[in-house]
Design a protein around this ligand. Sequence first.
Ligand code: NAP
Length: 267
Amino acid sequence: MRFAVTARGDERSHMLKEQLEQALMERGSHRDTVTPEIVISIGGDGTMLQAFHSYLDQVEDITLVGIHTGHLGFYADWRPEEMGELIQHIADNNVATVEYPLLELSIDYADGSTNQLLALNECTIKSFNQTLVCDLSIRGEYFETFRGDGLCISTPSGSTAYNKALGGAIVHPALEAIQITEMASINNRVYRTIGSPMLLPKHHDVEIRPVNPIDFQLTYDHYASIVHQNVKSIRCRVSDKKVKFARFRSFPFWQRVRESFLAEERS
Ligand code: NAP
């Protein structure tokens, strides 16, 4: 099997990477960082986001697996002690996968150009110091005018990240949906937004049109870019593409949620 290993910059992750590469090659797998079949990320969820974006153009051809060298992650859910088991599965070519939905972003600029991006966790649209004002349309129909700090549109697997900090719901990745959460919306007798996080199904999209001509920040996963006044609209929908994660053993999503946010062991 062709594999690539990416690692966080720390010494432990780097050391594990070397050990893993060596062991996989000894078991007949081939290191191929250009066209791998499996990409193993060592570090945390942030490292997995980087691995995902490094192989974005091949997203449907690769399988991702994450080993955590810090606390348990959502994408990095293998412990370094389990590496032997992982190596065995890869050597046996015994790779079962699970697919997660992705967020597709289409940005239209005033000059007619467009840009398409994919996110594993989310995108956010945030003002710097002025209030962000934007019109939201869902499935082509005007929904509301948002005024506030910003908006977050997340995938189900990203729902435990930024979205959670904004009070969004945790969504099981088997649901093909995107979630819209608000950041500090202004709500009074004059201005009104829905206030609640909203889940859109696969066949619905949300179009966000900035109303006031301010520079704002667009983030997607770990990337951030300053978007200038020439953005006409940002359309978000569930992508037709999916990302594949290796599932060598059962580790149910709700168990990961519990172990990450509540308690390690049942008392
Ligand atoms: P970072 O600021 O260094 O780390 C953000 C934290 O989010 C890390 O602890 C990371 O876990 C965790 N994380 C990433 N994806 C997650 C997921 N799907 N579920 C649960 N936790 C997750 O940035 P980064 O490592 O480059 O990651 C970028 C992500 O940071 C963004 O996609 C966004 O979701 C998140 N973020 C969150 C907030 C917030 O909660 N207020 C603000 C900005 C950005 P690891 O430690 O395992 O890497």
